[in-house]
Design a protein around this ligand. Structure first.
Ligand SMILES: Nc1nc2c([nH]c(=O)n2[C@@H]2O[C@H](COP(=O)(O)OP(=O)(O)OP(=O)(O)O)[C@@H](O)[C@H]2O)c(=O)[nH]1
Length: 132
């Protein structure tokens, strides 16, 4: 089965990383994730990310650059997650399509129930953010 194409943002504001919680009624409700969503037809990954961040949390980002691509098999369908690192000038987030959000230190990622596809990614984020 072809994977679902999904884009997600590692959004930083003053070294804090943004995570959001999936709302009731959505698949994997209650889990935390990096904000983003599915690509629409004829849409580039960065445009999809900008659109999803606007629709879900009303946040604008800059300096988006590719960070990693993750393939994960869920029972229903595999996902191909394209992950971009971005910056935000503000920490102001609206809960339009999320039930909660948090700006955290990357080391705190282990304290949240993140989506299963994000496990490997989380290790990369912590490793790349560690002092050299
Ligand atoms: N945004 C996001 N999605 C992720 C992450 N990790 C991960 O496995 N996914 C998966 O990617 C898929 C994203 O789909 P979604 O349902 O959130 O997308 P969407 O916002 O376009 O949904 P919609 O159909 O309600 O408009 C889900 O299956 C979700 O489980 C992540 O860190 N961020």
């Amino acid at each position: 089965m072809y994977p679902l194409l999904v884009v997600a943002g590692l959004v930083f504001h003053h070294n804090k990383l943004l995570i959001t919680q999936r709302p009731p009624g959505k698949k994997h409700a209650g889990y935390w994730e990096f904000p983003g969503g599915k690509l629409e037809k004829d849409e580039s990954p960065v445009n999809a990310l900008v659109r999803e961040l606007c629709e879900e949390i009303d946040l604008e980002v800059t300096q988006c650059e590719i960070f990693d691509v993750v393939y994960h098999r869920y029972d229903e369908q595999p996902v191909l997650l394209m992950v971009y690192r971005c910056q935000s000038d503000t920490s102001r987030v609206r809960h339009l399509e999320v039930s909660d959000h948090a700006w955290i230190d990357v080391e705190e990622l282990h304290n949240y129930s993140m989506l299963p596809a994000d496990d490997e990614l989380i290790e990369q984020v912590i490793k790349k953010n560690a002092p050299q």
